[in-house]
Design a protein around this ligand. Structure first.
Ligand code: FAD
Length: 439
């Protein structure tokens, strides 16, 4: 059955922050949109799930005032934020040379200095990070991986391992597959300051979860219809409009469509005519973000810890989410989940083994989270371009093709790969669609 409501201006495919923000912005401009989302919820790679009395973020979590688009939305809806991890009594450590090295305040300051030194090329490569211009690159850094960049970096072992652990956290994929430019860009966006970059990447979260923010934005989107549980199979453009076909056999038509899908899944939808070669290749190659984030319940009170580990370790970051006598919750990040040697996502024994170098003797009880890399609607985590990919795929990934417009964190101008980038792209695509429909 085909739905063709002549009052509908645009079909939005994908209900993450990009699609939902565009929906609200279009309705503010008096445009009517139908939002089509494959999952049973909005938010996409930002997913707050209640578990054990906590609103756990299985995906996107941290936000910061240095990220202007998301911060403006937080302010607009008076969303409550909090510092996380809790700083009081925080024990900071790094796994170096096979042992856990605790960092004093002085050590932590020196680790930031080492990070400043590592990221210094960001100053010349991204002289105007908010304008998406790339500066001179005589050394060919744009083609270099984080691994290659690390191989040229000298510092005392514990500080070097800490910097490598930070690379694992930013890349969230194998370092030889992640572009060095991606870490330089975050550094540049954070005012060329390691301390500010750390704050922007991992210091502030939403008390009730990203769910509150996405619901607030969606609440002001005056949509013609929201179709959850509706995977899109095919998108056909004609001279008169766009027909979006669902796997259910139904179809929705409108003069325009906004494709707000992750870069890695673009090829799982059939487009007629086909998308640009660059979009198809980018989707086939995928970005490098393929790590695993999960919440791990462990026995006893492990205290307030934040432990970073270099790439040789299966776990590259473990931070206390909650702790008490009856047990603790850790948030665990692995940049290369193959190293975890877990038989399945909630393999308690596999996780227990992987955590020993960070927390000797720790006993794992259970694991919850989301396997984004094997989720067919994401096929990856946050967007981290491969070496050379930045120059090849931007800005084509967001270039309009006929009546098809494109949005998403993966092709944002500034905080690409972040919730901020998704919102930025929602603003831009709504403006573009409105002008197209007006002209
Ligand atoms: C583990 C993890 C941790 C992260 N941590 C942070 C963080 O701390 N801070 C931060 O700012 N960002 C973080 N991010 C990144 C951030 O969550 C994403 O960049 C952002 O949410 C992406 O928004 P989007 O709208 O572009 O894409 P998505 O959220 O992926 O939205 C796309 C939507 O399209 C839907 N879809 C896919 N295929 C189809 C189809 N065929 N038909 C219909 N719908 C379809 C999907 O279900 C999804 O809802 C993290 C991401 C992950 C995975």
């Amino acid at each position: 059955m085909a739905t063709s409501d002549s009052a509908v201006d645009v079909v939005i495919v994908g209900g993450g922050f990009a699609g939902v923000t565009a929906a609200r912005e279009l309705s503010v401009r008096g445009r009517r949109a139908v939002l089509v989302e494959a999952r049973d919820r909005l938010g996409g790679r930002a997913y707050t799930k209640d578990h054990d009395g906590h609103p756990m973020e299985f995906g996107g979590t941290w936000v910061h005032p240095l990220q202007p688009h998301v911060w403006s939305e937080i302010d607009r809806y008076a969303i409550e934020t909090e510092t996380f991890p809790v700083l009081e009594g925080l024990r900071q450590s790094v796994v170096s040379d096979g042992r856990v090295v605790d960092l004093s305040d002085d050590d932590a300051a020196r680790a930031l200095e080492a990070f400043d030194e590592f990221c210094a090329p960001g100053m010349t490569l991204f002289p105007e990070p908010f304008l998406e211009t790339v500066g001179p690159d005589p050394e060919g850094l744009g083609e270099r991986s984080m691994r290659e960049q690390l191989d040229t970096f000298k510092a005392e072992p514990a500080l070097r391992d800490w910097v490598e652990g930070m690379c694992c956290l930013v890349a969230f994929g194998p370092l030889d597959q992640s572009g060095a430019t991606e870490i330089f860009r975050c550094y540049a966006l954070a005012g060329y300051s390691a301390a500010q970059a750390m704050a922007a990447l991992s210091a502030t979260k939403l008390v009730k979860g990203t769910r509150e923010l996405i619901n607030s934005i969606a609440g002001q989107a005056n949509l013609a219809d929201v179709r959850l549980n509706s995977p899109v199979r095919r998108v056909i453009q004609t001279d008169d409009g766009v027909r979006v076909e669902l796997e259910s056999g139904e179809a929705v038509s409108a003069p325009t469509a906004l494709i707000a899908l992750p870069m890695n899944v673009l090829n799982s939808v059939e487009f007629e005519p086909g998308l640009s070669e660059i979009k198809q290749t980018a989707s086939a190659d995928r970005h490098a973000g393929a790590g695993m984030k999960c919440f791990v319940r462990v026995k006893g009170d492990i205290g307030n810890v934040s432990i970073v580990a270099p790439e040789a370790q299966a776990v590259n970051f473990a931070v206390t989410y909650d702790h008490g006598r009856d047990g603790s919750w850790l948030i665990v990040f692995s940049a290369n989940p193959k190293k975890l040697k877990m038989t399945q996502f909630d393999d308690v024994q596999g996780m227990q083994t992987a955590l020993q170098p960070l927390l000797p003797g720790v006993e794992v009880e259970s694991i919850v989270g989301w396997d984004w890399s094997n989720d067919p609607l994401a096929l990856g985590t946050w967007c981290i371009y491969r070496p050379g990919q930045l120059a090849k795929v931007l800005p084509d990934l967001r270039t309009t093709e006929g009546r098809l417009f494109f949005a998403g964190a993966d092709s944002a101008s500034t905080w690409r790969g972040f919730i901020d980038g998704a919102i930025e792209s929602g603003y831009r695509s709504a403006r573009d669609i409105d002008s197209y429909l007006t002209s």
